[in-house]
Structure formats: structure tokens, C-alpha cells
Design a binder for this molecule. Sequence first.
Ligand SMILES: NC(=O)c1ccc[n+]([C@@H]2O[C@H](COP(=O)([O-])OP(=O)(O)OC[C@H]3O[C@@H](n4cnc5c(N)ncnc54)[C@H](O)[C@@H]3O)[C@@H](O)[C@H]2O)c1
Length: 322
Amino acid sequence: MTLAAPTSLTHVAVIGAGTVGSSWATFFLARGLGVTVWDPAPGFEARVNVYVERAWPVMQRLGLAAGADPARLRFAATAAEAVTGAPFVQESAPEDTVIKRALYAELDRALGPDAVLASSSSGLLISELQKGWTSAPRMVIGHPFNPPHLIPLVEVVGGPETDPAVIDWAIAFYQSLGKPAIRLNREVTGHVANRLQSALWREAVHLITTGVASAADVDTAIAYGPGLRWSLMGQTMVWHLGGGEGGLARMFEILGPAIQSWWDDLGAPDLTPEVKAKMVEQANASAAGQSIAEIARRRDELLIGLIETLGTIRGRLGPGVP
Ligand SMILES: NC(=O)c1ccc[n+]([C@@H]2O[C@H](COP(=O)([O-])OP(=O)(O)OC[C@H]3O[C@@H](n4cnc5c(N)ncnc54)[C@H](O)[C@@H]3O)[C@@H](O)[C@H]2O)c1
């Protein structure tokens, strides 16, 4: 196996072009790559074209790489055709082991000997997906956050058969495109970010269903409080700063016993029908009559502004933490 330099790629393949695959195609195009897409759904070409066309003004606003051009989007008639000659493949087929493994059987025959395949899977284990294929050493999870053309994070994890050099390569490749890619040292259900948001939301559900606060107030507590800092740095750094000059070690002296007492009191609700009904009622109350489309439009406008602002300021500050 001789992997191409991660910065030398000129084109990639995208397999599966639903919510996530279409967004990946937009992202790769905006980073100046040619993209060949395949999806088994009839008429997928028109759907992807519309997606890219609608998203392109935002990509222009956020900044295109040299050579970025939606005209570099190509469509293939089969999965094998799409991946033939592609040094990198981003797979975003439905979240189902049986479907993905049937697809991988076909891809395995067509992938080049130096091609890397990354699965967008949110929850499946790469050890299950890669089992039995010649290309197994070149298979990883490259889990994006939706939509990947806007949200930078990618989580990379290899399975027992993945060549460690391929994990390094995938991280370097995503990073070369401006995506902060994190490494999981071993596979775990839900990767890192989904586990984190599930842990937070479990406590939110506990607080809401036990009547401590409404969903609207719990969401306000997140978005206007810690959520603002979390868009800059994670909780470990937040509390490293919270300890003043003494950092996290000092923070443990100040707040350690309190944090332990909060942990001891956290809730662990189950998603029973009653809990789900209460949460749906609370979410609808929180929406206060706004349609999903209206909320999504406002969310997108704020998100794009935030990404734009953070990018500009980070560019001015240069490298460093956060
Ligand atoms: N939606 C999200 O928020 C999100 C976020 C991160 C990762 N993911 C992951 O991305 C993957 C795709 O999810 P999605 O939300 O885009 O689903 P989706 O249902 O929107 O899209 C799936 C696409 O795959 C196509 N497809 C069906 N059978 C296929 C096959 N055999 N081979 C290739 N493509 C096939 C479908 O026609 C469809 O266009 C999943 O693994 C999911 O876990 C989703």
C-alpha cells in the first residue's frame, strides 16, 4: 500500500447521497476537489445538483478553495464506477450493517489498492463493517456532524484490521481540508460527540420530566450560557481556566467536592412512552408556534454567522488553544 500524500488529491468519490452524502459532496467541491457521486435512488443526480446549487452561496460566503467549482461534480452509474480510480471514498449509505456490508462487497472489488474508504456511520462499528474484505486495512469511520459542509468536526476511528497509517492519513486528509478531525483510540458505540450530547441531554430530560425547569428554560441555559463557551473550547479547558493560574488542579480544590456531589445527583431517565410524550409536548411548547422550517432557517443563519466570525477571528489569532 502506497497512500497518496493527503494534500495531493484532486478528486474523491461519495457513495450514498442523502442528507449527509449530498452535504459531503458540497463540502469536497468547495475545497477544490472533483467529486463523483453514486446513489441507487432514481433521479439522485437532480437531487444532488439542487442541494449543491442551494448550498453554494453559503460556501462562497465562507470561502472557497482554489479551483472550487460545482461543475466538477460528476455522477456514476454504479458504485464500482464511482470508486474506480478514486484515492478516497466517503460512504454515506443508510445506517444499516446489512446494507453497508452488501455495498462494501461491491466496493471491495472496485477500490484501488491504495484507496481509503471512510464511512460516515454515526453508530455502527467499523470492526463489523470491515470484516472479510481485502480493503479492510484501508477502512475507517470518518463520522461527520450534520451538515458536514457547515459543521467542521470529523471523528476518525479504525477497527482491529485498519492499518494505523491509514488512520493517520485520514486525519491528515480531513485536516488538510480545514476539518478538525479527532482520533478515537478504540471504537465505542456513538463515537465521542454523540455520547457527549446524549449525556447532556439525558440530564436535560431528567430536569424537564421531574419538573425542575421547562425545555425552553433548559435550552436557554445551554445556548446562552455554557453553549457559548463550548463553541470555543471543551469543558476540560473551560475548567482549566476556571482554576485561575493554578489551572485544573486548583479547580479540583475549589469545586471538586461540588462536582462530585452534582455527579452523584444526576438523573438517568429511560426513554419510556411517558417520557417521550412529555418531551414532545415540551419541545412543541418551546417552539412557540414557529414551524420547523422557520426554526431551521434562523438556526442556519446564526450558525453561518458564527462559523464565519469564528473563522475570521481564529485566522487573526493564529494557531493555538482554543
Ligand atoms: N443525518 C445525520 O444527521 C447524520 C450525521 C452524521 C452521520 N450520519 C450517517 O450518514 C449515513 C447516511 O445517513 P443520512 O442521514 O444521509 O441518510 P439518508 O437516508 O438521508 O441517505 C441515505 C442515502 O443512501 C442511499 N442508499 C440506499 N441504499 C444504498 C446503498 N445500498 N448504497 C449506497 N447508498 C444507498 C439512499 O438512496 C439515500 O440517498 C449513515 O451512516 C448515518 O449514520 C448521519
